[in-house]
Design a protein around this ligand. Sequence first.
Ligand SMILES: [Zn+2]
Ligand SMILES: [Zn+2]
Length: 412
Amino acid sequence: MTTKHPIEKNSDLHQEMIAWRHWLHQHPELSFKEDLTSDYIASILESHNIKIHRGLAVTGIVATVHGTKKGDAIGLRADMDALPIQELNEFAHKSTHDGKMHACGHDGHSTMLLGAAVYLKQHNDFAGTVHFIFQPAEEGGAGGEVMVKEGLFDKFPCSAVYGMHNWPGLAEGKFAVHDTHVMAAVETINITITGKGGHAAMPDQIIDPILTGAHVITALQSIVSRTVSPVESAVISITVAEAGFTHNVIPNEMQLTGTLRYFQPEVGQRIKERMHTLVENTCKAMGATGKLWFEEGYPATINSPKHAQICASAVETLVDNNNVLRDMPPSMGAEDFSFILNACEGAYIWIGNGIGSKHTPPLLHDQVAENNKKTTDNQTGSNCMLHNTQYDFNDDVLALGASYWVQLVKNT
Ligand SMILES: [Zn+2]
Ligand SMILES: [Zn+2]
């Protein structure tokens, strides 16, 4: 049995949404520089006589539509920014901005929210008010936090706020709704190891920061297995190791960079204390000195169970129950919707972008052309994982995603 959706696949509005999505995909812009994107979204909203507020967090837009019946105000949020990636797709709507790409599907997110705003403006027999939040700078710029700090919820009070991200690897037509934990907290790890450089043939006269660094990396990998409870989740990854200039010189210093992920603040605190102990004392044991510091990233994205249930009920009016996954493990990726959820309760769900390899390997040069051909044939790169050079948002999902937003508004 197929349920009737507010915005049907292949409807006129769906076709229009595909055109918007392709324009956005062709014009990707980086964090806080979403000028063309913001103008484009604003012009579509204004052409439908939807009231907008511009300028929160530089390029942010809040569009407001009132229902004909009395009720609470809620916020629906989409992100607008792209990534500094060179796109390898060859389809007609590929990026026209060199070195920039919508590789996380924020073009699709903005389009689904736009489609819902246009639909609800024309079908306003709902209760309450909807604030459509178009947010800049999700990819590392904490645009969500900036919008909150600049008074998002003072200017536009909401009783609840909702977010949605596309999820490659989750089949088209499926949704994942988490009761609590969705995405992890992230902090950047920085370590400087200082030894004493000199001639590589006279190691007895130097203190080797590279050998020390190797011990530090190994020691750090004992933390998740031996400090964190087996039922908690955490990741420590050292992703950059920089030292040295040439084959016969031991350098003075080694710099390590990495990422720390966890859900519970107390787990993060315990890991960081242990990291300080291991870095400082391992370096000391090797005769070197170690300095460790963290750059705060995004907090964990944690749904309120009550609002997760509201999302699940809205999804269940659109797809069969077995297409609503309630037990999918959370991701150790991070999301700045966490700042918005920390300011106003609500929930954030995943919408399936299509099934494919979750771990698309880096392609050899001659494989790229072949894979591009396949991507063009399929009219979609939804098989690719997020942030991949050949990713593409799945246009077929646009109508379903926008219908979800509409259904959520009707249900709240
Ligand atoms: Zn991303
Ligand atoms: Zn994203």
